[in-house]
Design a protein around this ligand. Structure first.
Ligand code: FES
Length: 62
């Protein structure tokens, strides 16, 4: 499923990046995939994905 239609970036692309480097900031990921550089409608979704990823990480370790 595409999260950024303008740049054909999928949800899997973003999640894999968070998994590869959990410390990578949202801005770096946005920049890396050029997400949000056109219409910008995808930016909030990526931010929410990062928040969900962090929440899941905390749940897994407890
Ligand atoms: S959907 Fe990502 S910039 Fe338009």
């Amino acid at each position: 499923m595409y999260i950024c239609i303008c740049h054909a970036v999928s949800m899997d692309d973003i999640v894999k990046e968070f998994q590869k480097d959990p410390s990578k900031g949202i801005d770096k990921v946005l920049q890396q995939f050029k997400v949000g550089e056109d219409c910008g409608s995808c930016k909030e979704v990526v931010k929410q994905l990062k928040i969900d990823f962090i929440k899941q990480s905390i749940n897994w370790s407890s």
